[in-house]
Design a binder for this molecule. Structure first.
Ligand SMILES: Cc1ncc(COP(=O)(O)O)c(C=O)c1O
Length: 383
């Protein structure tokens, strides 16, 4: 191996550690949603994305096992060669029915789906307008596309209006629920603006799918916007739906185009059929088990009420945030919480802007009133 290159890599790692920015994966010995076991100790988990507790739902685990026996563990090929099984088709039809759109296409992850959506759909003549706080996969997709690319201030429709006045027929990209702030754009106003300027609206609903809308259809449905009014919607299966993988949904033409031209789809092994069987079950449960969303909403309300003296960002979603500033401080508070049996990782740059390291608290259907009381009591003690 080239010694100079190795020295450069080591130097970058050392600098990250010196800046308190090194991230270390923690190996879970057990996971039940509400609790995680790490190094022989149980912790209350307040930083996952399993908002509805579906990742460990027995019916879903059974569907996964049955799916493996019936359809196989792996798809064995890219979807356009031999990778598309009956269960993939069932899943995409279920998605179309759930979201009220013509077609959906599966991807191996939300990162791949977002990257595919922007690099494939946006061309040289297009302008991509992204919210300032867009997820890394959207930023990379925009940067790697042939389109020109501008960003507007977070959730700021006035700033977006100014850009739209200069760039007709733009592609506007936003998120249903922002992953590190927990807030949402006003989709109705954004859509009206887009219609006025013949622009297209593309939505990443990674944190809205399953959680928001009458049957968990996501942020658009929750705000009275039909998914048909959007150019397309991306959402993943790895958060509220408790599995992994993702989809892009929209009109037949948009999805037909992605199916032909999205390299992440064409040149990649199709999702595991067993996994698809688990996702089909998860969506089925999510649509009818309203109690999961109701319990989550009451946990959010309880947390906001108990923590009303804490410096929380304004969010009504399962993502609740306390900005602490320096990475050092965020790490120190996270460590104190860990000592008290609460697992809440510090979120640091470059995931968030420099000087805005934070605790990103995620609430779930599975948390009890006592869990939330303990969390707030501990936060109050260490903030
Ligand atoms: C807003 C947003 N979009 C996309 C992704 C990527 O999804 P996935 O984890 O399925 O790759 C994530 C999650 O990390 C996310 O938070």
């Amino acid at each position: 191996m080239q010694p100079t290159k190795i020295a450069q890599l080591q130097q970058a790692l050392t600098e990250r550690a010196q800046q308190h920015l090194l991230r270390t994966p923690q190996t879970l010995q057990q996971y039940s949603g509400r609790l995680v076991q790490i190094a022989e100790r149980d912790y209350l988990n307040f930083c996952g994305n399993d908002y509805l507790g579906l990742a460990s739902a027995p019916q879903l685990l059974q569907a996964y096992a049955d799916g493996a026996l019936k359809y196989g563990a792996g798809s064995s090929g890219s979807p356009l060669v031999t990778g598309q099984h009956q269960i993939h088709q069932q899943l995409t039809e279920q998605l179309s029915d759930w979201l009220g759109v013509e077609r959906a296409l599966l991807f191996s992850s939300g990162f791949a789906a977002n990257h595919a959506m922007l690099t494939t759909l946006a061309d040289k003549q297009d302008t991509l307008l992204l919210d300032k706080l867009s997820h890394a996969s959207l930023i990379d997709g925009a940067l790697h596309s042939n389109a020109s690319f501008k960003r507007f201030s977070h959730n700021d429709t006035a700033a977006l209006a100014q850009l739209l006045a200069k760039h007709n027929a733009a592609m506007v990209v936003t998120e249903g629920v922002f992953s590190m702030d927990g807030d949402s754009p006003d989709l109705t106003s954004m859509l009206a603006l887009c219609n006025k300027h013949s622009a297209m609206l593309l939505l990443d609903d990674a944190h809205g799918i399953g959680v928001l809308g009458p049957q968990g259809e996501g942020s658009a449905a929750a705000q009275g916007v039909s998914n048909n009014q959007l150019f397309c919607t991306m959402a993943n299966f790895g958060k509220a739906l408790g599995v992994a993988g993702a989809f892009v949904a929209g009109s037949k033409t948009v999805i037909d185009y992605l199916e032909q031209f999205a390299r992440h789809y064409v040149y990649s092994t199709a999702l595991s059929p067993a996994l698809c069987a688990a996702v089909v079950k998860s969506i089925g449960l999510c649509r009818v088990e309203h109690w999961r969303r109701d319990k989550l909403q009451s946990n959010i309300a309880l947390f906001r009420q108990l923590a009303d003296d804490l410096p929380l960002l304004p969010s009504q979603t399962a993502i609740q945030v306390v900005v602490l500033g320096s990475s050092e401080r965020a790490l120190a508070v996270s460590q104190q919480l860990k000592t008290a049996g609460i697992w809440l990782s510090a979120i640091r740059p470059p995931t968030v802007a420099k000087g805005s390291a934070r605790l990103r608290i995620t609430l779930s259907t599975q948390h009890t009133e006592q869990d939330i009381q303990l969390l707030v009591q501990q936060l109050r003690q260490w903030l």
